[in-house]
Ligand binder design. Structure first.
Ligand code: DLL
Length: 440
């Protein structure tokens, strides 16, 4: 631990983050064996799942045996709601957080003080990787409360020693006033809210009065095109951060200065990629569903949790020196993927087309079923510069977008251009898809 305290000045932990792969494997082996025993002995739900698969803790002797363990899914978490997966006495737990799900039972996650400490450590690493030091003013515009975004980044910011502004989301005028008055240097919020803040700052002509240098944006899918747009509008470097409540919250992985994928904190989480249909483990570099095993969590440890996020892992050396495996930007959740007339469509593909054609990320996708056939409509806001009263001009622009979307998706999507400021802005996770087929 000596190294860690020597480096505490900015909370960078090279002896962990840049450890050699053999060392990482050793940590994972040791922690996995301990964790499997912990859940087997303390969570009857897990014991039953393992018995059903004919696995005992003795069968797990290294990470090579991980595949023997059963998966756990969101359905299990709902079934075991609220206390069925807690592995510590409630007297030892100090916090509950919850997912933002709006349908079905919510998923609740539990934390001991030690769990909170490690989670905040992960968020501190993300802030440092984005260039944060104790000289920074960290503006936390993620929601506080049950959502993990606000509390996670808040705790990480404290650990780095930054001056922390717990703004939460919403009240955009106040956000901008504090940002300018207090000189926020690092903005943490969802990318869609960052885009909204950037738009509002420009409208007020305040771009020269903000001191932001970096943003740490996550909690929802966003494209490279959206990153370019936010970086340009705010004059910052925009870093991605990933996480999920079930596994702790933000900071499961984060981008470094190379901005080439997010380093997964492998001293706490083992990542696998599986074929979402067969459950088979895929080799490094192949695209599939991300699965996590939390090896240091005490209160709510999950083994082989299926995230539904689709991405690719790489262990290739990163120019930043960190050795932890990197995950690509999730290409959307497997349950976000739309199947239109039998064709797989990811909202991120649509966003890429819109931004490449000069539009901002203010859009909505409406899917319906008419005469037994799927239909898709993309409503897109025109920017103030392209706004026109001429129906002919609008029709030409719509046609251009229809062609560009057809080239990307391979199917026809109706395009409706709407006036600037008519699509509701998001202060948290943006809701871009309205799938009316689910209502029938
Ligand atoms: O969104 C935790 C978080 C807060 C992450 C703040 C980053 C920043 P949940 O509400 O449980 O937790 O949602 C988790 O959001 O399975 C992904 O589908 C999606 N997600 C999270 N980060 C990213 C990202 C928080 N960087 C779900 N890119 C995950 C794409 C993301 N999707």
């Amino acid at each position: 631990m000596k190294g860690r305290f020597m480096e505490m000045e900015n909370y960078y932990q090279p002896e962990i983050e840049c450890a050699d792969r053999e060392q990482i494997r050793e940590w994972q082996n040791e922690r996995l064996i301990k964790q499997v025993r912990h859940v087997y002995d303390n969570v009857p739900y897990y014991k039953k799942l393992m018995e059903e698969k004919g696995v005992t803790p003795e069968d797990i002797t290294s990470i090579d045996d991980l595949y023997k363990l059963p998966f756990i899914t969101k359905d299990d978490l709902r079934e075991a709601y609220p206390y069925g997966l807690v592995a510590k006495p409630l007297a030892d737990c100090v916090r509950i957080q919850s997912t933002s799900g709006t349908t079905g039972r919510r998923v609740v996650a539990f934390y001991t003080q030690h769990d909170i400490d490690l989670w905040e450590d992960c968020c501190a690493r993300a802030i440092v990787a984005a260039g944060g030091t104790k000289e920074d003013v960290v503006h936390v515009g993620y929601g506080y409360g049950l959502f993990t975004g606000g509390p996670g980044l808040n705790g990480g910011s404290h650990k780095v020693g930054c001056l922390t502004l717990p703004m939460s989301s919403g009240n955009t005028d106040r956000q901008i006033q504090f940002m300018t008055d207090l000189g926020s240097t690092i903005l943490c919020c969802t990318p869609s809210y960052a885009a909204f803040l950037a738009e509002s700052i420009h409208e007020k002509g305040l771009q020269n009065q903000i001191k932001l240098k970096a943003g740490i944006f996550g909690a929802e899918a966003w494209t490279q095109e959206m990153r370019n747009d936010i970086e340009e509008k705010l004059g910052i470097k925009a870093y991605d951060i990933y996480g999920l409540t079930e596994i702790s919250g933000p900071g499961v992985s984060y981008e470094c200065s190379a901005q080439k994928g997010m380093h997964i904190n492998e001293d706490h989480f083992i990542a696998e990629i599986i074929d979402p249909d067969t459950g088979e483990v895929l080799p490094e570099g192949e695209k599939g569903e991300l699965v996590f095993t939390s090896i240091t969590k005490e209160a709510f440890p999950l083994l082989r949790y299926r995230t539904r996020d689709i991405c690719v892992l790489t262990k290739e050396k990163c120019s930043c020196g960190r050795t932890h495996v990197r995950m690509s930007k999730p290409m959307g959740r497997s349950d976000d993927m739309l199947i239109i007339k039998g064709v797989n469509v990811f909202p991120s593909q649509i966003e890429t087309v819109l931004l490449n054609n000069g539009y901002a990320a203010n859009y909505q996708i409406i899917v319906d079923r008419v005469n037994n056939g799927d239909t898709i409509e993309v409503q897109v806001e025109m920017t103030a510069e392209m706004f026109s009263d001429s129906l002919k001009e609008v029709a030409t622009k719509e046609k251009e977008l229809i062609n560009a979307l057809k080239a990307m998706l391979g199917i026809y999507a109706k395009v409706t251009l709407v006036a600037p400021k008519t699509i509701a802005r998001s202060e948290g996770k943006a809701v871009r898809i309205i799938d009316k087929r689910k209502l029938y």
